[in-house]
Design a protein. Structure first.
Length: 191
């Protein structure tokens, strides 16, 4: 099952590869690479691993140079500095959209806000309500941040992390709705 909503920050063509959006192709490509780096950061955090220096010092110059350089070379540079799991997914993905979708499906539903709300004594309907309520709040935060512009690095970072959280919660909601996940499945995972 696939869920992916990128708030018009990244556009894909009919083949699932990054294409030009309203702001131009380089902006869409840069946003794609930045989102990729944020998925990598989530995976590193889940495995208690440090963020490589590349993402602290070189990433922004790679993102800024995307319009001057070959997108494929920039993408390769970002991926080769990612966690092995991200590299393996990138090698198996047939398109940019599939890469993000597979990354979204790989990360867990673990989240502090989610864990605070999911207790052992909740039922299926309460779980669906919790996911819907939390994802609605996150969606509003993302839309407000985008509306105000993503000029500040900290705001941009938080917004892209929220996009990942939103996509993950919505995928979890789909799985709960279809019966693939139950309260019993999620309680040990989210805490």
């Amino acid at each position: 099952m696939e869920f992916l909503y990128l708030f018009d920050l990244i556009d894909f063509d009919e083949n699932g590869n990054v294409c030009e959006d309203g702001q131009g192709i380089s902006q869409s490509q840069s946003n794609f690479l930045y989102l990729l780096s944020k998925y990598n950061q989530v995976i590193l955090k889940e495995e208690n691993l440090p963020i490589p220096d590349f993402f602290k010092s070189e990433l922004f110059s790679v993102l800024e140079a995307v319009c001057k350089e070959n997108f494929g070379a920039s993408k390769k540079k970002v991926i080769e500095n990612c966690h092995l799991k991200v590299q393996q997914i990138a090698n198996s993905a047939k398109s940019d959209k599939e890469l993000i979708s597979l990354l979204n499906d790989t990360i867990s539903a673990r989240d502090e806000d989610f864990a605070k709300l999911v207790g052992k004594n909740i039922n299926h309907l309460q779980l669906a309500y919790i996911i819907t309520s939390l994802s609605g709040k996150i969606e509003k935060k993302i839309e407000l941040a985008i509306e105000n512009g993503l000029q500040d690095k900290m705001v941009k970072s938080k917004t892209f992390k929220d996009i990942i959280k939103y996509n993950r919660l919505m995928l979890t909601a789909q799985k709960v709705g279809s019966g693939e996940l139950t309260v019993k499945d999620l309680c040990p995972v989210v805490a």
